[in-house]
Every structure is written in structure tokens, then in C-alpha cells.
Design a protein around this ligand. Structure first.
Ligand code: ADP
Length: 579
């Protein structure tokens, strides 16, 4: 299921290595004004972070911090934050404005922050915002999951109702439009049970069939509204059937202009599908059971053979981008100088706020520390005890055995560690619950089994070190966010081509002193992790000045979309049709 699968429709743009696009992203004023069809002025969500900050009483300045406690009725990360809706404009950053503008529609199962499970959500929102700020017209199409909080959507309105096909029926479907983080989002809401669960994934409906429905419903919406973007950018297996539906069905109706770009963020999930399931979206599933189309080659000779939506997507897309391409982080959404979730702001020049964030987390989670004596001087204990943070989906890819080992080792070394993680597997959840019961009353370890965007921001800010012990990482955003928030990284390098290897360089690597930003370990065994942790702790304790220097340096590293948005625009331009 690799490069060889590029099919007749696919003009390949493989990026299996980690070349960086050195395009500079310019931010410009007047975002959204060129939006041809959807974007009236009300979609210019220009509320700047700075403005939101000043309106937020309680956590605005260092003097006014309301220190939390584990006994608070409302946990500190659930306090009433101002709505998080940053403008795509980022002041004081160099800007590229593209001249050859186009309309791009992302079709995706996730977008940050309203429907985010992992990096996919961050990447879709970050890339959409970067393209928008370069002058392009951008929409995101997303299932209207029941769990989406409508308060995070600006100007939500019903735009039309229409019917879309599923399994022999035409399902009445509503399309809403709203603005999220400055981007126009079209929400697709079928009247059946699809997407009506407590979480983005894992509802009590058939997920595969729901995404097949969604893929078709997005094209159907474009068809009934006469919307013809230059580029439909689909993401992951969930939207893998859309390229098939486009080229074998909607292309023969009225949609002729769009070209399809598929990004594969993580190949672990590929959308295994039976022929009769694919038929439910209106295609003849049996037509796709060939090696040239969508059969999963590994199931050939099995009974039944299965289809692979991701393979079909690869064959039928005009360009395929694997996330060996280094992606970026949205530096407006991840900015410790303006982050609405932080009790104290900071940047590389004024780093004091980071210590206050650490003390805030220690207080709020009941980790051992001394009491504060004056409002803006954190106690020595806070400064002296290193805080390690690990924020991750709890799946085997993320190095579960190393996370559990790190808890033990950090405690032995006299440090503190917080894991913020969500498991989708009951067995993993049970194992971490057991560890939480064991540790969460003690002085140094906290295991928080949930998803919380707010808390994740606070933890990146509070951390001295971010642990990213992934077995493999197509790109990985945690290490980039960690750097942006001044946390030194600890990562294993088990795949030299992965995003971690491209973004993290060892502090003891004498040949690469300029780039040093973390502690890298080779191998996935506990001994290797010990070695990295021991070195990191020794550095932290023995060389505080050097440590602080590195913290300031890594905060200035540019991991923004400046580096990769231009690469995407090149790919779009290489496949688009000019009329
Ligand atoms: P992946 O996409 O494989 O999950 P990435 O490192 O690319 O990994 O992206 C993970 C993103 O999800 C980061 O923004 C990280 O902060 C966030 N994240 C992961 N787990 C949680 C959690 N439990 N709560 C809040 N944010 C989380």
C-alpha cells in the first residue's frame, strides 16, 4: 500500500522524506474579503487575542492570579475562559501574499479546537488559516457532531437543507455555516443517527458508514449549491471514498472543476471496508475490488477480500501528500504570550510567567510545593523540582510502556510528572486508571485520563520537559508546541525519517550545538529512556543558566506554518484546472 498505488488519476506529490518548504508565510489584512460565495463580512472574525485577554478578569495579570486548589468545586481548567477564536492575522510576522488565488475546501473528520482528537485537527485548522491569510478562499466541511459545543461557533446559521444518499434512501440533511478561528466552516448534519455520540469518534453508530455518507453528502452539497472549488483537500481514511465518488459519479453530474488532494497523516488507520458497505454510498462496491482500484492487497485470497478506503483515495486523488512532510503549528493559537488559557503569559524575552504557570499547575493539582510568599515570586521548590509533562492519545504508537516507566523514573529522580491522556481502548484505560489510583494522591505524579484543550495549553506552559516517547511519529505536533512554550524535549529516535528526528536535536551532540533543543534517545527500551531522563535531570539541576538559555532559544524556533503552507499551495497549483 505504498507509492506504487498511484493510479491513473493521481499526479503524485509524495513527500516521504522531510524536506522543509522554505516559503515564508505572510499575514495580511482584510482576511476573508475575497471569499467569492460564502464569506460575507460577518465571517471576518477579527477578534484579536489581545482584545480577548484584556476582557478576561481573574487570570489577566500576574497580580490577579486566582490560585487554584484540587478541592475547587470547578476544576481550574474548566473555568469560564473567553471564547477561543483567534484571528488568522498574526501581527509582526513576515507575510507572503499569493497572487494566483483559489478556493480550497477541506473535507475532514476533525478540526481544532471544536472537533479535535489529535494532530489532524490542529493541522487542518492551521493549514486552512495559513492559506486564508495568504489570500485564498478557504472552507472546512465537517460533520456536525453532536458533541460540538455551539458556543465555540460564531454566526452559526442554517444555509440549506437537501437530501443525500445512503443505503437506498435519501436522507434529509442540513448544512450550517459558521466561523471558527476565523475560518468558514460548513457543518453537515444528517437527520439519521450518524455523528450523534458523546465524542468525535466511538458513537453507537457505524462509523465507517457514517463517513461514507459524509463523503458523499459533501459532494452532494457542492452539487446542489453549485459550489466548484479549485481544490477539495481530503484528509485520512474517513474521507477516502470522496475521490472515488467524485471521479466516478459527481464528475458526470455538474462538478467538473475541482481537483482532489489527499493528505495521509497517519497510515495506521486505513478504512477497511466490505464491498457491500461501499455500495451503501451509491457506488457499486464490486467495481472497486481490483488491485488497480481499492482492494486491500493484504486480503487477496481471503474470504471475503476487503477494500481499503485509503488505497482507493490514493488511487483516485490528483495529489497525495504523506505526512513525512513536516507540518507546522498555528503560532497564533499556540502562543504563550497571548494564550487565553494561561494564568500568566510569557515569551522568550519575558520568561517569568512560565514559572507562575508551573506553580499554578502544582497548586491546582495538589503537587508538592511550598507556599508562595509574594505574588510574583514562585517558591524555590517550584523552580528546583523539574516538571515533566506528557500529553497524548494513549495508544501503542505513543510508547505506552515508556510513559509508564517514565512515571517511575521521574519519581525516583525527585521530579514531578503529569500525564494528560485519553485512551480509546478499554484495557489501556484500565491500566492507566490503576496507575492513577496508585499515584494521584501522592506528591509527585498526576495521571489525568481525559481530553482537555484548555489543560493541555496550561501543561505545555508549566512543563520544564515534554516527553514524547512515540514508537513512530509521522510528524508529531507535541514537540513543536512544547518548544513554543519553552519546554525541553525528550524523545526517542527510532525512525530517522520521522518528524521527531527532524525537529529534535540532542543537547550533548557536540556537532550540532546550534540546533540543540532536547534529549534524544535511540531505542525503545527502558534503559534508553533512563539515560535521557538522567541526563535531562542532571542538566536541569547542575546547569540552570545553560538550561534557561536553551529554553529561551527553543521558544524562538520557527515551527509555524510559514514553513509548509507554501509547499501545499505549490501542490494545489500543480493539479488545479485553470479555466
Ligand atoms: P497525533 O495526531 O498522533 O495524536 P500529534 O503530536 O500530531 O499526535 O498531535 C497531538 C495533538 O493532540 C497535540 O495538539 C496535543 O496537544 C493534543 N492532545 C493529545 N492528547 C490530548 C489530550 N488528552 N488532551 C488535550 N490535547 C491532547
Amino acid at each position: 500500500m505504498e507509492n506504487a498505488l498511484v493510479g491513473k488519476f493521481c499526479k503524485p506529490c509524495f513527500h516521504l522524506s522531510s524536506g522543509r518548504a522554505a516559503m515564508v508565510l505572510q499575514k495580511r489584512k482584510g482576511i476573508g474579503t475575497n471569499h467569492k460565495f460564502y464569506c460575507s463580512s460577518k465571517f471576518k472574525v477579527g477578534t484579536s487575542v489581545e482584545k480577548q485577554e484584556s476582557s478576561y478578569a481573574g487570570l489577566v495579570s500576574d497580580q490577579e492570579i486566582v490560585w487554584p486548589s484540587p478541592d475547587d468545586e470547578i476544576p481550574f481548567w474548566k473555568r469560564d475562559f473567553p471564547s477561543w477564536n483567534v484571528s488568522p492575522e498574526v501581527p509582526n510576522e513576515s507575510t507572503v501574499k499569493d497572487s494566483d488565488l483559489m478556493h480550497i475546501i477541506h473535507v475532514t473528520a476533525e478540526m481544532a479546537p471544536i472537533a479535535k482528537v489529535g494532530g489532524l485537527g490542529d493541522v487542518v485548522t492551521g493549514l486552512a488559516r495559513a492559506s486564508l491569510s495568504r489570500g485564498h478562499t478557504v472552507d472546512i466541511m465537517l460533520p456536525f457532531y453532536k458533541c460540538i459545543s455551539k458556543q465555540q461557533i460564531n454566526e452559526l446559521e442554517l444555509i440549506n437543507t437537501y437530501d443525500s444518499y445512503h443505503d437506498g434512501n435519501w436522507i434529509p440533511t442540513s448544512a450550517y455555516r459558521g466561523a471558527v478561528s476565523g475560518i468558514s466552516v460548513i457543518f453537515i448534519e444528517p437527520s439519521n443517527e450518524f455523528f450523534k455520540g458523546e465524542h468525535v469518534y466511538g458513537g453507537s453508530y457505524n462509523e465507517l458508514e457514517a463517513y461514507l455518507f459524509f463523503s458523499r453528502a459533501c459532494l452532494e452539497w457542492m452539487q446542489v449549491t453549485g459550489t466548484q472549488p479549485e481544490i477539495i483537500h481530503v484528509h485520512e481514511w474517513q474521507i477516502g471514498a470522496l475521490p472515488l465518488l467524485y471521479w466516478d459519479m459527481y464528475r458526470y453530474l455538474s462538478l467538473t472543476k475541482p481537483r482532489i488532494v489527499l493528505t495521509i497523516h497517519n497510515m495506521e488507520h486505513y478504512g477497511e471496508c466490505r464491498q457491500e458497505q461501499l455500495s451503501k454510498c451509491g457506488l457499486d462496491g464490486s467495481m472497486y475490488a481490483t488491485t488497480e482500484k481499492a482492494v486491500d492487497d493484504r486480503t487477496i485470497g481471503h474470504n471475503p477480500e476487503r477494500l481499503c478506503l485509503l488505497k482507493g483515495g490514493i488511487v483516485y486523488s490528483n495529489a497525495v501528500v504523506y505526512y513525512g512532510v513536516l507540518n507546522g503549528i498555528d503560532t497564533a493559537m499556540w502562543n504563550p504570550a497571548t494564550d487565553v488559557f494561561l494564568p500568566a503569559k510569557f515569551d522568550a524575552q519575558k520568561i517569568e510567567g512560565k514559572k507562575l504557570c508551573k506553580y499554578y499547575i502544582q497548586k491546582g493539582l495538589g503537587l508538592a510545593t511550598e507556599s508562595i510568599t509574594s505574588s510574583n515570586h514562585v517558591p524555590d521548590a517550584t523552580v528546583k523540582v523539574p516538571l515533566v509533562v506528557c500529553i497524548t492519545r494513549l495508544v501503542p504508537q505513543k510508547g505506552l510502556h515508556l510513559i509508564t516507566h517514565a512515571l517511575k523514573r521521574v519519581e525516583e529522580l525527585g521530579g514531578q510528572m503529569i500525564v494528560l491522556g485519553k485512551a480509546s481502548d478499554g484495557r489501556v484505560e484500565g491500566e492507566f486508571k490503576r496507575l492513577a489510583d496508585l499515584h494521584n494522591r501522592g506528591p509527585s505524579i498526576r495521571i489525568l485520563l481525559m481530553y482537555s484543550e484548555e489543560l493541555s495549553h496550561m501543561l505545555y506552559a508549566a512543563a520544564d520537559m515534554v516527553l514524547v516517547p512515540s514508537m513512530y511519529e509521522p510528524c508529531g505536533l507535541s514537540q513543536m508546541i512544547g518548544m513554543r512554550y519553552g519546554s525541553i524535549l525528550k524523545v526517542p529516535v527510532v525512525r530517522k525519517t520521522g518528524g521527531l528526528a527532524d525537529t529534535v536535536f540532542d543537547m550533548d551532540d557536540q556537532s550540532n550545538r546550534e540546533m540543540a533543543n532536547g534529549f534524544v534517545f535511540e531505542g525503545i527500551d527502558e534503559g534508553s529512556l533512563n539515560w535521557a531522563l538522567d541526563r535531562a535531570f542532571a542538566y536541569y539541576k547542575d546547569k540552570p543558566d545553560e538550561w534557561n538559555g536553551i529554553v529561551k532559544k527553543i521558544m524562538k524556533i520557527d515551527n509555524s506554518w510559514n514553513n509548509t503552507a507554501g509547499k501545499y499551495i505549490e501542490i494545489y497549483n500543480s493539479v488545479r484546472v485553470r479555466s
